[in-house]
Design a protein around this ligand. Sequence first.
Ligand SMILES: NC(=O)c1ccc[n+]([C@@H]2O[C@H](COP(=O)([O-])OP(=O)(O)OC[C@H]3O[C@@H](n4cnc5c(N)ncnc54)[C@H](O)[C@@H]3O)[C@@H](O)[C@H]2O)c1
Length: 261
Amino acid sequence: MREGVNMSDTNNGAGRRIAVVTGGGNGIGEAISTSLAEAGHAVAILDYDGEGGKALASRLNAAGLTARFWQLDCTELDAVEGTFAEIREELGDPAYLVNNVGGHARTKATDFLDSDVRTLDHMVALNLKSTVYCSRQVVKAMSEARFGRIVSIASEAALTGGPKCWDYSAVKAGVIGFSRAIAYELAPHGINVNVVAPGATRTAALAAWSEEQKAAVARAIPLGRLGQPGEIAGTVAFLLSEEASFITGQTILANGGRWMV
Ligand SMILES: NC(=O)c1ccc[n+]([C@@H]2O[C@H](COP(=O)([O-])OP(=O)(O)OC[C@H]3O[C@@H](n4cnc5c(N)ncnc54)[C@H](O)[C@@H]3O)[C@@H](O)[C@H]2O)c1
């Protein structure tokens, strides 16, 4: 047991719940972890970046909020199982899971015409396996509690495609298909499953983009700018909230209107 807060009433009282955020230490995940902690939930931050995740948990705890950090590679099933067992023991059963781990191939991104298709394995693991593995850890207890919310972060690229995106678009479309399938299966168990598909959002993931590239992308967005991590976190918070209780199996684009459903 880590340093002691009694979590035994979490998930019961006054809307205070146990939330897990994967890749929760930086970028969009950091904004999601922060907004959930600020809403009074106990947040398990999972990240393979020990420094970012630990620093964030410390900042949140110093502000009187409740957060714990676990260093974890969400693509490793045995480690995922072990970490979720620890979360259950130390905090209790999660009512919220946000599958945020994922990413574009970045410097390894290629045109399909010139691609080494072996890079696909990494993209499947990072974006799709991590989502499936972590979702599998929480559904049994959510089903027993007759309540749960799972939100996974895909990308508008799943719907639009894009340059050097063949692998990223494929696996993020996989996240959407997986989420629809389990939304259908888990609805009778009181578990809502949804997806947020961000457009270009200002995080370290865009570090390799020049300011000119960012400006060109912003010009193609009706709202005229890139997204902020907090705006994606706000969409996630809505889908986790009681106001979204009749929404399941859906994909919400948070992309400044660049592509409209
Ligand atoms: N930033 C964007 O423009 C954008 C656009 C669309 C979708 N997304 C999606 O949003 C999500 C978050 O993106 P971001 O921009 O915040 O990325 P980021 O790289 O800034 O942050 C990702 C976080 O996940 C962690 N992480 C990466 N692989 C991990 C693993 N295997 N196990 C555990 N932790 C791991 C990293 O350490 C980091 O803390 C991703 O799924 C990404 O595909 C981002």
